[in-house]
Design a protein around this ligand. Structure first.
Ligand SMILES: [Zn+2]
Length: 256
């Protein structure tokens, strides 16, 4: 009971935060306020009562449909709530109450929002990435990775992608990577430092190549099909922040 109680509280709190992240994912690309008005059905505008707005549970009770117009509710809602709940519970279990936990959870929330928005709209809003760079750097004065590693992370993360974007443009005369990707990797660099930023980039490129090849093989998209790189950066960063240090040790072990 003693060990599970705080983890359960963290999960419930995470599910509530996940519900807020859903609001951000739905409203930020439309340029709407994330605090006002309350949540409504995306199809008929029916305002949600409190009991229709309980994370995960409401979706199950309503069987994934609006109570007023019966149109289906996106699976993204319970998925984001469940994922955020798991992240908060896992974070509490792994880090315990600490500055690093606060940093990692804020970082994770930003990654979830960027992942979902880039996947659906091919967009990485500045209102997440730019303050993210500042917040990541501010945290680095109190906890990992330390401010020098964080500052280098911003420069390396932003710089490498900026150089790739510029190089691609010069070669192909079309935009391959957007400035959103550049700012997002700078934000990742601020939170995890330059070493894990490079791990993020490797993992994101690897995952992106595999999905890209699968799309070509399954003939669902050619080489020109623009994959939202931010979704892969989010996946890569989540991996780098959790198993990244182990991967680095293993990789560097070859050179010892
Ligand atoms: Zn409705």
């Amino acid at each position: 009971m003693t060990a599970w109680y705080p983890i359960t509280v963290a999960a419930v709190f995470g599910a509530l935060i996940g519900s807020f992240l859903n609001v951000c994912i739905y409203r930020l690309p439309k340029g709407r306020s994330i605090v006002w008005p309350g949540s409504a059905c995306g199809s008929c505008g029916h305002m949600l009562a409190w009991f229709e707005n309980i994370p995960i549970i409401s979706y199950l009770v309503l069987r994934g449909r609006c109570r007023a117009c019966r149109s289906p509710i996106s699976l993204r809602y319970p998925f984001v709530e469940l994922l955020t709940a798991a992240m908060f519970a896992g974070g509490w279990w792994f880090y315990g109450p600490s500055v690093l936990l606060a940093s990692r959870l804020l970082f994770g929330c930003a990654l979830i929002v960027l992942f979902a928005i880039d996947l659906e709209y091919h967009l990485l809003p500045n209102v997440i990435t730019v303050p993210g760079i500042v917040v990541g750097l501010a945290f680095s004065f109190l906890t990992l990775p330390g401010w020098t590693a964080s500052l280098l992370g911003i420069i390396v993360g932003g710089g490498v992608l900026w150089a790739i974007a510029e190089g691609y443009y010069l070669l192909r005369h079309e935009e391959g990577l957007g400035m959103g990707d550049v700012k997002m990797l700078a934000m990742i660099g601020a939170f995890v430092g330059w070493k894990l930023t490079l791990v993020t980039l490797m993992m994101a490129s690897f995952a992106g190549s595999i999905v890209g090849l699968l799309l070509i093989v399954s003939r669902r998209g050619g080489l020109k099909y623009a994959l939202p790189f931010g979704t892969f950066l989010a996946l890569g960063a989540a991996l780098a922040a959790t198993i990244g240090p182990g991967v680095l040790d293993w990789y560097l072990g070859f050179y010892q």
